[in-house]
Design a protein around this ligand. Structure first.
Ligand SMILES: Nc1nc2c(c(=O)[nH]1)N[C@H]1C(S)=C(S)[C@@H](COP(=O)(O)O)O[C@H]1N2
Ligand SMILES: [Mo]
Length: 370
């Protein structure tokens, strides 16, 4: 298949503007949501998200890479091009990093007008223990040329997006790629990667939104110019409209979520909570930056109270928090907001952008106390 435009061969969703009004979801959005699950919020009770509860985002199809012929090709501006089998990679000392991964589109479906894409509410997050070999070691072995400015990572999944036939490809600068915690991972939570999470090998870029962590890795190519493939130049941009190229999406913004207390109403998931003392719990994270504060409001944001922070286990992983809430009868909106060590704080209203990227507004949970 050629890497080219596809004209207007594919049906238009909605009015073709890329945006949808608040009411009603398109069938195509529901189809994406069924393929790409979120983490049920009660999944935050586990410090490490069980693999089956971790969120999932697959742009195209899960490629079929069961064959023993799979190799990772390392080429481009390197002195010693490599073709590595999984056994070659597993033969050297591995490293395990605990990483909270979040999709850059998390929160998109809360925006109005809504960018038409994977319709996340707030559940596109999970924390896993990724085991693999540091990318910098593979780059050093290959003898990266001084002329290289970026590494291009190509996934073996192919599809069409924005009218362009493509493999899923992302790049990193040489400096980012050489951070010691960037891994070529072959295990998630102590098991070989499951097919949907990138088997046999994926990139893990701790601290960055999930799009950087290319799954089903087929090749790494060192290049002399910044790479401007679709997933770099068009997707994953903070932009104001279809004609605005905007700024690239990179690190995860500060965010907290709470485990919804009590029990849910089946259809609306509004919570039913017994009046009295309730311990609220949740998690907070920011891309490679410590969490310095989490606050909770039980009156729709009029007053904020400091939550108790648990010990930080990894700057790339989420941090647990808890708050003792005296629940009084009535309907309430609970909110949580985090502040990171650089002073960034979650906003109560989310600034809008065209692709619905980097939404990190405070988490709201509707409760009925009885
Ligand atoms: N090859 C490939 N890598 C990919 C993707 C993809 O569709 N294809 N999706 C990216 C996006 S947008 C996210 S958020 C993460 C999700 O990783 P997970 O499904 O393991 O949670 O994978 C990233 N890596
Ligand atoms: Mo994503």
């Amino acid at each position: 298949m050629e890497q080219s435009g596809t004209g207007d061969r594919f049906p238009v969703v909605g009015d073709g503007s890329g945006l949808a009004p608040d009411s009603g979801f398109y069938r195509e959005e529901v189809q994406l949501a069924l393929r790409n699950r979120g983490m049920p919020l009660e999944g935050m009770r586990y410090p490490i998200t069980p693999t089956g509860l971790h969120y999932l985002l697959v742009h195209f199809d899960i490629p079929d890479i069961r064959s023993a012929d799979w190799r990772l090709k390392v080429g481009g501006l390197v002195a010693n091009p490599r073709s590595l089998a999984l056994e070659d990679l597993k033969a050297t000392a591995s490293r395990t990093v605990t990483v909270t991964m979040e999709c850059a589109g998390n929160g998109r479906a809360l925006l109005n007008p809504r960018p038409v894409s994977q319709p996340w509410l707030v559940e596109a997050v999970g924390t896993a223990q990724w085991t693999g070999i540091p990318l910098r070691r593979v780059l050093a072995d290959a003898g990266l040329s001084k002329d290289a400015v970026e590494l291009v990572f190509t996934g073996l999944d192919q599809g069409v997006q924005g009218g362009q036939v493509q493999y899923y490809q992302r790049s990193l600068t040489v400096a980012e790629a050489n951070r010691e915690e960037v891994l070529l991972a072959f295990e998630m939570n102590g098991e070989p990667l499951q097919p949907q999470h990138g088997y046999p090998l994926r990139l893990i870029v701790p601290g960055w939104y999930g799009m950087a962590s290319v799954k089903w890795l087929g090749s790494i190519e060192a290049v002399a110019q910044p790479f401007n493939g679709y997933q770099m130049a068009q997707a994953y941009r903070f932009s104001h409209g279809a004609d605005d190229s905007g700024e690239p999406v990179t690190r995860i913004r500060v965010r907290s979520l709470m485990i919804p207390p009590g029990v849910p109403d089946f259809l609306t998931r509004t919570r039913l909570v017994a009046a009295g003392a309730v311990t609220l719990r949740g998690r907070a994270w920011a891309g490679g930056v410590s969490i310095s504060k989490v606050e909770v409001s039980a009156d729709g944001g009029a007053r904020w109270h400091d939550a108790q922070l648990e010990r930080e286990t990894s700057v790339f992983g989420w941090r647990g928090w808890s708050f003792q809430w005296a629940a009084r009868a009535g309907r309430q909106t609970l909110m949580s907001r985090a502040t990171d060590a650089q002073g960034n704080v979650q906003l109560v209203e989310q600034p809008w952008n065209f692709q619905g990227m980097g939404n990190n507004m405070v988490h709201r949970v509707e409760v009925v106390v009885e």
